[in-house]
Design a protein around this ligand. Sequence first.
Ligand SMILES: [Zn+2]
Length: 406
Amino acid sequence: MTYRNIFVDGTPCDLGVENGKVCAVEPLAENVVSERLAEQQEFFFAIPGLTNMHTHSAMTLLRSAGSGLPLHRWLNEAIFPREAKLTPELIFKGALDACNEMRDTGTTAFNDMYFSIESTVRAACLTGMDANIALSVTDADCERPGLVASFLETAAQIADNILKAHPERRITLSIAPHAIYTVSGKHLQYLADFAKEHNTLFHIHLSETQKEREDCLREYGVPPVVYLEKLGVFERTGSRFIGAHALWLDTDEIGILGSYGASVVHCPNSNLKLGSGCRFLYTELRDAGVNVCLGTDGCASSDNLDMVEAMKVMSLLQKGTRNDPSVLPADEVLRVASSNGRKALGLPDNSIAVGNAANFFLVGVNNRIFNGMNLVGSSAAERNAEFLNRLIYAANGNIISKTVTQ
Ligand SMILES: [Zn+2]
C-alpha cells in the first residue's frame, strides 16, 4: 500500500510498503505539497519505531501499585505478594495490554524480564512487536534443579508452537538474573555461563538505588559493577550485557562498562517515582563507550509504557541536573530511545529506506501542537528538528496516529 503525504526526515514523500518492507520513498515537489495542503489533505511525519529497553510487561496488571514506597519496601510489600497470585493466563492478558499500549505510543521492540515467558511471547506475536523476552530468576529459582533444562524445553516449545507461525517476528529468549541482591555470586556466574554458551542477552537490574550500592560495598568491599567484573560476568557476556537503571555509578564502574561495550538502560520515570535518584550519568556513560538506552520499567513504577514521555523526562533531567539546556537535544534522545536499543537487541536498522522492514510510527500534523509549523518553505532538516522538538517536549505518545510493523 502507499502512505501518502509522509515527511521522512523532514522530506515530503509518498511511502510505499509491500510485504512488510519499505518498497518506495518518492519525494514530492514543493508545489505538489502546497497543492495537497490547499486541498486540506492530511500530512504525517514518520519516525522509526522506538525500543523500550526495560519492561516487565504484565505489570500493567499492577499499574501504580505501592505508590509512595521506596524500592525495597515497594518490592516486598506491594509487588512480590501480588505477583505470587499471577497465572500464565493473567500474565498473557497483562502482556497483551502492555504490547498494545507500547504499539499505540510508537514502540515496536522491547526488552522484557518476567515469568511465564510463553505468555509474553504470545502477546508480542499477536501485536507485531519484536522483543527479547527473558525469564526473571532469583536464588530460589536457581536452587531448584533443572532450571536450565526446563528453560530450554520451554524455549523449544515456544519456537514450535508460536514462533513458527510468526516467521516475520524477531523474538529472542534469555534468562535474566533479577539483581545482585536477589541472586548470589555463584548463581550470577552460572547464569553468565549460560548466556555465553547459548549466546543470549544478560539483562539484570543494576545499581538502581544508593542502598544497593552501599549494601554491595559493605558485603563485598566493591561497588556493583566491580563486583560483577570480579565474578567474570562481563568477560562472559560483553556487549550482550544490559544493566537496567545504572543510576549509582562511579568513574571506574563507567570505565568498566565502556570497556566491554555493555548497554545500560535509563528508566527516568521509574527512578523518580520510587525516589531512587535523578542524576543518571548520561554524558559520562556515552563518552566512555557505553551503549545508553531508554526504558520505562514496569507499569507499577513507571505507571505507563510511553517512550515519548520517557524521552522528555530523560532529556529534561539531563538539562536540569547539569544546568545546561544544550545537553541531550531531541534528535539525540530519539537515537537513545530507538537505534541504541535496537543495537543492544541485535535488531536490524529500522531507518525508513527502501529495502528495510517497515517499522515506524506516523504522527498527523492536524493537531494544535503543530500549528504554526512551516511545512513548506523551510529545509527538511529545519522541519524535522521543529517536529521532533514539538513531539518530544510538547506532546506524548498518545498523539501517535498509527504504528506500522512488518
Ligand atoms: Zn525493573
